[in-house]
Design a protein around this ligand. Structure first.
Ligand code: ZN
Length: 502
């Protein structure tokens, strides 16, 4: 059983300042052949789940063809999309025939000319392999799932945790269902419920309500005879596309009505609880005031989540709003990562122990704060590469943040300066730069839920800050031209039509 592995992961924030150009994809790494296995087999990613299937089934071979994953950013250029899909389809055609195809997508990709870039890729893959070769897709919980994607897939599995710690498990589940399909043991049919509901990012944690209870309902639906998989999908609200929003995908064995009923049941329950998906958080200054008070005498650092600069959602990672607020308020002992390649390089050139006088961050655009002036000392310099074997969001293990430097400022800030943008997903982003995250009073993390996998175990308290930026917690600050209307909470009178589920 030869299974092709090919795909690309992109969560496109159409409100973000920078595009996913071909150069950006190349910098992120377009992997081919065995380097995909080398990079992913030991990780906790979707691809590790696919390779894991080949390890448990001696008759199955997973052949890695081409794969790329880019840190969330703006939409791909047409050139980048055509290059990536062209490469992938060429490898599929050249190295076939295949018994099945495994696609580790994200599900919220957008490209110039193809707002439903994942669906368009599925359409092209289906055209390349024909109608009889089963296609399995594994998606991120933040996928915006289109009807086109579901129509061209045979199996769809989706992360059901946030932070995402089940990527490998969902990849494995997808591969198992695909193999059973190829063997003729099952005949999967899909149903999709698209809810006219944009979930607020604050309410996307799967350990909390309403997601916790709704996911339990999805698991319950999976226990119905003939139901193979049910995924409740949060969607990615920072994308101005028609398929933006929450959805439910159900897979049943040869019974379209059963698949639709399972999807409809979970979707209806989600719709009933739509008001619980609206979250609010204190603004920057109020959050830092609370953090300063909470850090006093706390057992472990206070974790402040900088929501407006959520790199995992497409923000630049160089926001300084929180740093400025801390300085204005006299809040001491703040550690934060900042994406600033020029400053990281100049600190590295100055060397450990050097005095520096610089302005940090706030340079990508004018929404993420003014540059932050600092005077201080370089305490560490690295190439930014490390492996984290502890639990991290999406099973990330190998990090490459480019030339990086740790700086202690004269007024007590601890800054981890990186040359590549990255969400604050690993404690090693600090500890490799001479900053012990467990020992600092306040850690500012770029993200909303993703940093929790690494930092919640050491944090005394979590405070979400509704900071300005490309991933503001308040969706009403963005101007949408292409999303569906009406949609909750933008138009509170929106209605969910159970008959639309099919
Ligand atoms: Zn996600």
């Amino acid at each position: 059983m030869r299974l092709a592995l090919v795909g690309f992961g992109h969560e496109a924030n159409t409100f973000a300042p920078s595009a996913a150009t071909l150069a950006a994809w190349r910098l992120a790494g377009i992997l081919e052949g065995e380097e995909i296995r080398d990079r992913h087999e030991r990780s906790e990613s979707i691809l590790a789940g696919y390779f894991g299937y080949a390890a448990e089934d001696p008759a199955a071979e997973v052949v890695p063809l081409a794969y790329s994953w880019i840190t969330p950013t703006g939409a791909s250029t047409a050139e980048a999309f055509e290059h990536l899909t062209g490469l992938m389809l060429a490898r599929l055609r050249d190295q076939g025939p295949w018994d099945g195809v495994l696609l580790p997508q994200h599900g919220a990709a957008v490209a110039d000319g193809h707002p439903d870039a994942d669906g368009e890729f599925l359409r092209r893959v289906r055209a390349a392999v024909g109608p009889d070769v089963p296609i399995g897709v594994t998606l991120d919980l933040h996928a915006n799932i289109s009807r086109q994607l579901v129509e061209h897939a045979d199996v769809v599995t989706v992360y059901q945790t946030n932070p995402h710690v089940d990527a490998r498990e969902q990849g494995l589940a997808c591969a198992r269902l695909l193999a059973r399909t190829i063997r003729g043991e099952i005949r999967p049919v899909l149903a999709l419920a698209q809810l006219p509901l944009a979930a607020g990012i604050l309410r996307m944690g799967t350990g909390q309500e309403p997601m916790r209870g709704l996911l339990a309902l999805a698991r319950e639906q999976e226990r119905r005879p003939g139901v193979l998989s049910v995924s409740l999908v949060e969607g990615f609200p920072y994308a101005d596309v028609a398929e933006m929003g929450m959805s439910v995908v159900a897979v049943a064995d040869a019974d379209p009505a059963l698949a639709a009923d399972a999807a409809r049941t979970v979707a209806a329950a989600t719709w009933e609880r739509r008001a619980e998906f609206v979250g609010t958080a204190p603004g920057t200054e109020e959050a830092m005031r609370q953090a300063g008070a909470a850090a006093d005498g706390a057992d472990g650092p206070v974790l402040v989540l900088d929501m407006g600069d959520n790199v995992g959602g497409g923000s630049p990672g160089d926001s300084t709003h929180v740093l400025h607020a801390a300085r204005r308020l006299g809040v001491k002992g703040v550690a934060q990562c900042v994406y600033d390649p020029a400053v990281a390089l100049s600190c590295a050139a100055a060397g450990v122990g050097a005095r520096v006088d610089l302005t940090v961050g706030g340079k990508v655009d004018d929404r993420h704060g003014e540059p932050f002036p600092i005077r201080g000392e370089v305490i560490a310099v690295t190439d930014g590469r490390f492996e984290d074997t502890t639990a991290t969001h999406a099973g990330a293990r190998v990090f490459d943040l480019g030339t990086s430097a740790g700086v202690r400022t004269d007024d007590g800030f601890l800054l981890a300066l990186h040359s590549r943008p990255e969400g604050t997903w690993s404690r090693l982003q600090f500890s490799t730069l001479g900053i012990d995250p467990a020992a600092v009073p306040i850690i500012v993390a770029k993200g909303v839920h993703a940093p929790r996998a690494a930092f919640e175990p050491i944090a005394s308290r979590l405070i979400w800050a509704d900071t300005p930026g490309s991933t503001s917690a308040d969706p009403s600050v963005f101007e949408f031209g292409h999303r569906r209307r009406p949609m909750y909470p933008f138009e509170p009178a929106a209605r969910f039509d159970p008959e639309s589920v099919r």
